[in-house]
Ligand binder design. Structure first.
Ligand code: GRG
Length: 307
């Protein structure tokens, strides 16, 4: 695993930085996830199937970029980056199940419940969630992350509250209940801030665990905006991109009769909204200066992505 200093990281081109961090998180997840030969082998195999070798790793990238903002070396953020990707994988596995969004395709392959079975998928989500908190609480063992106990407790709190009933799980509850209903833009925004935004915000705040208190409000403001921008673009891509490019079933929101930014604003206005959120995100970072460069680049990556 590469151990570049924060100075070396800052000199990398953005694509090289992204590729390096994607490889780093892949290696870390590989180390943290139980070996598929260890019993219960079917569950461990399904956990690895669902968490490894897939996804853009946006949440981990945000976590590393936030650590870089605080001039921290990546190893400080390793446990947190791993944990947010594990919770994310947990949410994708459960989201795809027949009792939720019922999708057969994820990250370009059969979703977990299709490849294995519903009961296994349920357990995979549960076990990935537990592993996320194990990794944070044993950060030194799993990821060589040099965090003190108080920082570890803060990470646990931030991640647990982002994933729970006032965050991701709650947002999913509202989302499921909103099928076939019309929501106002404010209601849609609240739902997405919980369902998608909360974990994205947490990814940034976990990475910024060493930030001075005086920077926290600025970082949080950026995190809120970029979390929302992520979902607006997700809604646009669901309409405009194909399943092969997305690695998941395109047009799913319409199939499930879900209110989205596209159904509420229209496609052009949704794109305009994404551009406006990008500008807001960049403006929010202004007080943080050059150290926020990776977060700026990630804001561009998130809002201009094609999958
Ligand atoms: C995990 C506590 C917990 C609860 C789960 C099922 C559920 C409750 C929530 C669903 C949350 C969800 C799937 C939100 C959608 C977020 C989203 C846009 C996912 C796609 O993220 P990408 O594009 O995916 O970053 P990759 O595959 O690139 O990682």
């Amino acid at each position: 695993m590469s151990r570049l200093s924060s100075l070396d990281q800052a000199k990398q081109t953005f694509p090289d930085w992204v590729a390096g961090k994607q490889q780093r998180i892949e290696d870390l997840l590989d180390l943290c996830l139980p070996n598929a030969n260890i019993a219960p082998t079917r569950l461990h195999s399904a956990m690895r199937y669902s968490a490894l070798d897939g996804g853009k790793r946006v949440r981990a990238l945000l976590c590393y970029a936030a650590a870089e903002l605080c001039a921290c070396e990546p190893k400080i953020a390793d446990a947190a980056a791993c944990a947010v990707e594990l919770i994310h994988a947990n949410s994708l596995v459960h989201d795809d199940m027949p009792c939720m969004d019922d999708d057969d395709l994820r990250r370009g392959k059969a979703s977990c419940h299709k490849q294995y079975d519903d009961a296994t998928a349920l357990l995979v989500g549960d076990a990935l969630q537990s592993l996320a908190f194990e990794v944070i609480s044993q950060a030194q063992i799993y990821a060589d992350s040099q965090l003190n106990a108080s920082q570890q407790m803060s990470l646990v709190y931030l991640l647990a509250s982002a994933a729970g009933s006032t965050g991701m799980a709650g947002g999913q509850g509202i989302d499921l209940a909103s099928a076939g209903k019309s929501l106002s833009q404010t209601e849609l925004e609240t739902m997405h801030q919980m369902k998608t935004g909360a974990l994205i915000q947490a990814s940034i705040l976990l990475g910024a665990i060493s930030a001075p208190k005086s920077d926290l409000a600025t970082i949080k403001q950026f995190a809120i905006i970029i979390g929302l921008a992520f979902q607006v673009v997700d809604d646009i891509l669901d309409v405009e991109a194909d399943s092969l490019t997305l690695g998941k079933t395109a047009g799913k929101d319409a199939d499930n009769n879900k209110p989205t930014y596209v159904t509420i604003l229209g496609l052009d206005a949704a794109k305009q909204h994404a551009r406006a959120l990008y500008e807001q995100a960049i403006n929010a970072l202004a007080p943080l200066g050059e150290q926020a460069q990776r977060l700026r680049e990630l804001a561009g990556y998130i809002t201009q992505r094609s999958f």
